[in-house]
Design a protein around this ligand. Structure first.
Ligand code: FUB
Ligand code: ZN
Length: 649
């Protein structure tokens, strides 16, 4: 069983990730505060084409002011609007760990004070129910998100305590948990159910890890065990509210969508809402780890297998449909109507990391890395003020406008969303990125990600990783005061990886294992060839198509760089010889790939179809590709990740 290092024991010096952390600190966090405070005019869009969804403003902080009695007014926004504020605070916490900032801390303290004022006497805290619907507090768990919000509050409180040592948010969170304990539990008279949207489970385990107080682990285990123990729980809630005249809502409850058709330990597949599924799986893995629960771990492994072998895009996006933001069937991965919510890739990072800590197979880190460098990063623009909720792999701008089935597929990143779960989720993950770089067991350290940084362990081992990755192909690792072994991951994309060192090195399929001494120096070299990717033939959408990857980046073509993007065919043999050059029109350091291709000649008639003559007219062409996460930064554009393959005769 592996342990995380505390965030302040790893200092990043990495160009690639420091830039992102600086973007979050200097732009994303201040921008998001202004948006949450409705202090700037931004275009707040619905996340999908539905006129009934909240748009126009955030109102998230105003909701707290109203709940606190400081302002009068109505609650506005989604039922879980509070969580936007909590996730913002969590990102602030991590950011303060990385770089103290008195002004930001004062601002966060003010927000925390406001949250404290909004909390009810008995500890209950949820502005939607406090302002709008107190009688339904904890009575419509099928959609209330109360415990989801509580989970995000807990995570924010931990981050803020770690950053500042200030307990005020933690006290608020603990009082919320006390209130939850009064209402939920196995005892007669308490609620025998869990939140429709999982999150509290993983957050409570984190609270246990932070405080060592076992009651939080017990409560997390309760929520995980009770879910699905009565598959009619949510339908019964609806009926009771109708019978008692508390609500006239008659939602159709699908227990499988809520992952409550059976208990989590019996779940066989990844189903239902993607973020909920993966937050739940993260919580399950955490509990399995602390409680040595093999049944729960086996369920996690089944879910992992189903996601990564049958339901994950090459960008590590997950969730194939807008309908319920959900998983669908095996190999159903359409590239242009997919969902691939940014939060879902973030949740996949969390899940992968928990499984890795239980069993450090590099497969987990490979997926984590794929998600980080692709499906997560694509969630934000390079200016830090525009965000994708849905991350497509194929865009035809005109069809996104006219096809109602693509109403959720935005062609450029909006300023903000009525449902703003993704932007602050992005901020909290990026600002805590160092958490994933190293992990430890009792004696050894795992170097998971190639990120320039310095780790200092509690035992005083210092590991300095110097690298210009992903722009270069070496790691220079300096270990001082070392003991135990250093497990250096062999990423699946790396070729010809070698260790140059005087230390003893053992090689396995997943790692180079280097014996660390008082002073150990390692030069690691590897290649990042341009690689073609094929899909399992069962993945019908990608039949005869190739995707292109270099290092951790999946590449994509944009119409901006390639006229008639959909007329190119990639010559498989040319991919390994792709030319790597800079494309400063996105970011100064962007590495673009130029691949030999052929282009089907323009149709000279206006016919939609033509009979195939002996030889289709084609001309040699060059296809220019950029890293997928950077697409959509240069205006509306065609996008393509999978290209037809052609082989020369
Ligand atoms: O329901 C809360 C969050 O909003 C979910 O995690 C996202 O998928 C979005 O629905
Ligand atoms: Zn989201």
């Amino acid at each position: 069983m592996l342990q995380e290092f505390s965030l302040n024991s790893v200092k990043l010096s990495d160009t690639f990730w420091k830039n992102y952390q600086a973007l979050v600190k200097e732009t994303v966090i201040p921008y998001q505060y202004e948006v949450l405070n409705d202090a700037i005019t931004v275009d707040v869009q619905a996340e999908r084409a539905d006129d009934t969804l909240p748009t126009g403003k955030s109102h998230a902080l105003e909701n707290f002011r109203i709940a606190a009695g400081l302002k009068s007014g109505e609650h506005f926004g989604w039922i879980f609007q509070d969580s936007d504020v909590y996730k913002w605070l969590e990102a602030v916490g991590y950011s303060l760990i990385n770089q103290p900032d008195n002004e930001l801390e004062t601002l966060a303290d003010e927000v925390i004070e406001l949250i404290g004022k909004a909390q009810a006497e008995d500890g209950y805290l949820d502005t939607y129910f406090q302002i709008k619907n107190p009688k339904l507090a904890y009575r419509m768990l099928y959609f209330s998100h109360e415990l989801y919000c509580a989970g995000h509050l807990i995570e924010a409180a931990i981050a803020y305590d770690q950053a500042t040592g200030k307990q005020s948010l933690l006290e608020i969170a603990k009082r919320v948990v006390e209130n939850i304990q009064v209402h939920f539990g196995y005892e007669e008279g308490k609620i025998h159910g869990a939140d429709g949207h999982q999150e509290i489970e993983l957050a409570l385990v984190r609270l246990y890890e932070h405080t060592q107080d076992k009651q939080y682990l017990t409560l997390a285990a309760f929520f995980t065990d009770i879910r699905g123990s009565n598959p009619h729980f949510y339908a019964n809630e609806v009926k009771r509210n109708l019978d008692e005249g508390l609500s006239d809502e008659k939602p159709v409850i699908d227990p499988a969508y809520l992952q409550a058709n059976e208990q989590p330990k019996n779940q066989q597949i990844a189903q239902g809402h993607a973020v909920r599924m993966l937050y739940m799986a993260t919580g399950m893995a955490k509990i399995a780890n602390h409680a040595n629960d093999n049944e729960l771990l086996a369920a996690c492994e089944r879910i992992w297998e189903d996601v990564t072998k049958r339901k994950m895009y090459v960008t590590a996006g997950v969730g194939s449909t807008v309908h319920g933001e959900a998983f669908t069937g095996a190999y159903d991965l359409p590239n242009d109507t997919m969902y691939c919510e940014t939060c879902a890739s973030i949740a996949l990072v969390y899940f992968a990391y928990e499984l890795f800590k239980i069993n450090p197979k590099k497969e987990y880190m490979d997926v984590l890395e794929r998600a980080l460098y692709n499906g997560v990063l694509s969630g934000a623009s390079v200016d830090g003020k525009h965000f994708f909720y849905v991350n497509p792999l194929e865009i035809h701008p005109d069809s996104c406008r006219h096809n109602p089935g693509k109403g959720h597929v935005k062609t450029t990143r909006p300023d903000w969303f009525g449902c703003a779960c993704c932007p602050p989720n992005f901020a909290r993950l990026i600002s805590s990125l160092q958490k994933y770089v190293y992990t430890q067991d009792e004696e050894n350290v795992y170097l998971n990600l190639f990120v320039a940084s310095q780790l200092t362990t509690e035992q005083g081992v210092r590991i300095k990783q110097k690298t210009a990755f992903p722009y270069e192909n070496q790691l220079c690792i300096e270990v001082d005061n070392g003991a135990g072994k250093l497990f250096i991951r062999k990423p699946s994309w790396a070729k010809n990886m070698q260790m140059h060192t005087e230390a003893t090195v053992e090689e396995t399929a997943d790692y180079f294992i280097v014996q660390m001494d008082e002073k150990t120096r390692i030069q690691a070299s590897f290649e990042q060839p341009t690689l073609a990717i094929r899909s399992n033939p069962k993945l019908w959408t990608n039949s005869q198509l190739l995707a292109i990857q270099r290092g951790p980046f999946v590449y994509c073509g944009e119409g901006r760089d390639n006229s008639m993007l959909f007329s190119y065919r990639v010559r498989l043999a040319s991919i390994s010889k792709a030319k790597l050059t800079k494309n400063a029109s996105v970011l100064p350091e962007t590495l673009q790939l130029v691949v030999s291709a052929e282009k089907v000649k323009n149709w000279e008639t206006d016919a939609l179809y033509n009979f195939v003559s002996d030889k289709e007219e084609t001309s040699p062409a060059q296809l220019t590709l950029i890293p997928y996460h950077l697409w959509g930064n240069r205006g509306e554009n065609e996008l393509r990740v999978w290209f037809p393959e052609y082989t020369e005769n």
